[in-house]
Design a protein around this ligand. Structure first.
Ligand SMILES: C[S@@+](CC[C@H](N)C(=O)[O-])C[C@H]1O[C@@H](n2cnc3c(N)ncnc32)[C@H](O)[C@@H]1O
Length: 194
C-alpha cells in the first residue's frame, strides 16, 4: 500500500479523493482510529464506501495500516497526521461522513486546550462535510461530550439527529466502557441542504 503525502500547506484539489482511492465512491473520514478495529470492520462491511483514517500517533497508524494490508482493504487508507492540519487543507463539502469515537479527554484543566473537539474544529467539520451528510460523535466523558455537542450545535448548518448510543458502531474503547459500566454519550449531526 503506497503512502499518502501532504507535502505542504497547499489546499487539496477537489479530485483529491479520486487520486487516493481511484474511484468516486463516498468517502467517510475517521478521526483518531486508534488501532483501527472500527476502520477494519466498517471497510469490510461496506466495500461501496471509501474510508480515510487520520491518526496522529505513528505506532497506531502502523497498526491501522497493518490491518488494511492484512485484509486487502482497497477502500481504506490511513494517514499519520493531526486531523486539524488535514481538515484545514480539504476543500469545502467533500466528506460524506465523519466518525469521531472516544477522542482523548485530556482530563487536566491545563490540558483541555489539547482536546480535538473545539468550536474551531466543529466549524471545520461543518465546512468540509457534504450537505445531507453526517458527523457521528461518541464519548464516555459526559463533560467533554457536552462541550463538543455545544460546539456542533453552534454551527448553523448542522442539525442534531436523535440517536441511541448503543446502536452506534463498536470500537475497542466502547467495549472497554461497556465492561466498566461507563455510560456512553453519542450524537449525530447532519448538514442541512442549503
Ligand atoms: C482514546 S483513543 C480512541 C481510539 C478509537 N477511536 C477507539 O474508539 O477505540 C483516541 C485516538 O485519537 C488519536 N488522536 C488524538 N488527537 C488526534 C488528532 N488531533 N488527530 C488525529 N488523531 C488524534 C489518538 O492518538 C488516539 O489514537
Amino acid at each position: 500500500m503506497s503512502s499518502i503525502f501532504l507535502p505542504d500547506r497547499t489546499p487539496l484539489r477537489p479530485d483529491f479523493w479520486r487520486e487516493i482511492f481511484g474511484n468516486d465512491r463516498p468517502v467517510a473520514v475517521e478521526i483518531g482510529p486508534g488501532l483501527g478495529e472500527f476502520l477494519e470492520a466498517i471497510a469490510r462491511h461496506k466495500p461501496d464506501w471509501n474510508y480515510f483514517a487520520i491518526e496522529r500517533a505513528q505506532t497506531r497508524t502502523r497498526s491501522v495500516q497493518e490491518k488494511i494490508d492484512k485484509h486487502h482493504l482497497d477502500n481504506a487508507r490511513a494517514l499519520c497526521a493531526e486531523a486539524q492540519f488535514v481538515l484545514a487543507l480539504l476543500p469545502d463539502a467533500c466528506v460524506d461522513r465523519f466518525y469521531i469515537q472516544f477522542p482523548d479527554p485530556w482530563w487536566k484543566r491545563r490540558h483541555h486546550r489539547r482536546r480535538l473537539m473545539t468550536p474551531e474544529f466543529a466549524a471545520e467539520l461543518a465546512r468540509t462535510l457534504r450537505p445531507g451528510c453526517e458527523i457521528e460523535f461518541v464519548s464516555d466523558v459526559k463533560e467533554y461530550f457536552d462541550l463538543a455537542f455545544a460546539a456542533l450545535e453552534a454551527q448553523p448548518v448542522l442539525e442534531h439527529i436523535p440517536t441511541d448510543p448503543q446502536l452506534l458502531t463498536a470500537t475497542s474503547f466502547s467495549r472497554k466502557a461497556a465492561v466498566r459500566g461507563w455510560e456512553l454519550s453519542a450524537s449525530i449531526h447532519r448538514k442541512r441542504n442549503c
